[in-house]
Design a protein around this ligand. Structure first.
Ligand code: NAP
Length: 274
């Protein structure tokens, strides 16, 4: 039995999908307890509450864990008590060489450190920015054909959560991944404008990209997330402390096939923009 946290989200639903393809039993953990993927048992619970996670652990061999939740050391102690044999932690490509003074990097590092300190066998998955971040454009696409987005000059080799799910399922179910940290990227390095163009092509719409001035981006992001995280993203993408433009071989090395393109992600998720 495997427990997948964040199971209704972009990444967790793909972890569930890949595990179910391997025909292993899966519990799909989220607050609402509604799996997007068939064949997994939905389990409602709160990652900030170790007792809630513990109640889903009966018979669980491996857990896929999201980072950044409260009381993680206690949750991991409950995992150890329940006989969990593997933890696959979703982390971030900002961790290697990243500064603890950056709030996003810090919560990722602290999550990794808690997992290491737990004594449980672990694998860390450190993805770069997700292709699924384009879902942030849904509202603008519903209102018209113009996408305003921040960090116009920043190239990212965005990663399809499908590929994160594939690597996580491998790390949970096959040997040789213990104590490994995998930094993952997608297959091509694209500017936001290029992703908008591909998305428009897939949707059959002529979209126009407008790069947001930094002050407009900061004001918009500040309405959506704490100031420390806004600062963190500005340090990544304006100060240039994080380079997610490199195409890495990791997904292909682990899965035996190329990571999915942004075009494939957009085609698979075109309905989300309808
Ligand atoms: N976006 C990126 O580019 C990027 C890059 C590197 C790492 N990451 C990390 O990846 C994580 C997952 O991303 P995602 O796109 O898959 O997120 P997402 O689509 O927003 O999904 C979040 C999932 O977590 C569940 N959840 C939220 N709060 C919870 C709680 N307190 N207890 C239990 N379940 C909870 C949600 O379901 P319910 O609402 O039903 O609880 C949902 O299943 C991010 O949070 C971030 O830490 C993101």
């Amino acid at each position: 039995m495997f427990l997948v946290t964040g199971a209704t989200g972009n990444v967790g639903s793909e972890v569930v999908r890949h595990l179910r393809r391997l025909d292993v039993p899966v519990r799909a953990f989220s607050r609402k307890g509604l799996p997007r993927t068939d064949g997994a048992l939905p389990v409602p619970g709160d990652l900030n509450d170790p007792a809630s996670v513990a109640s889903a652990l009966d018979g669980v061999r491996g857990i896929f864990l999201l980072p950044g939740y409260q009381r993680l050391p206690e949750t991991l102690a409950r995992c150890a008590d329940a006989g969990v044999e593997r933890v696959v932690l979703l982390s971030s490509s900002s961790v290697p060489g990243g500064e603890r003074s950056n709030a996003v990097t810090r919560y990722m590092k602290e999550s990794e450190e808690a997992v290491e300190a737990s004594g449980l066998p672990w694998t860390f998955i450190r993805p770069c920015a997700f292709a699924a971040n384009a879902l942030q454009w849904k509202e603008q696409l519903a209102a018209g054909d113009v996408i305003r987005a921040p960090f116009a000059h920043v190239r990212q080799a965005t990663l399809d959560p499908y590929d994160i799910g594939a690597v996580a399922a491998l790390a949970l179910t096959s040997p040789g991944h213990e104590g490994k940290a995998y930094t993952l990227s997608g297959p091509e390095s694209l500017l936001p404008e290029e992703r908008v163009e591909i998305l428009g092509d897939v949707l059959g719409r002529k979209l126009t990209f407008v790069g947001q001035p930094d002050d407009e981006a900061r004001a918009e992001m500040s309405a959506q997330m704490p100031a420390a995280y806004v600062d963190a993203f500005f340090r990544f993408y304006v100060d240039g402390t994080l380079d997610e433009s490199k195409v890495l071989p990791t997904v292909e090395q682990l899965t035996g096939r190329s990571p999915r393109t942004f075009r494939t992600w957009a085609s698979e998720h075109a309905d989300a923009f309808a």
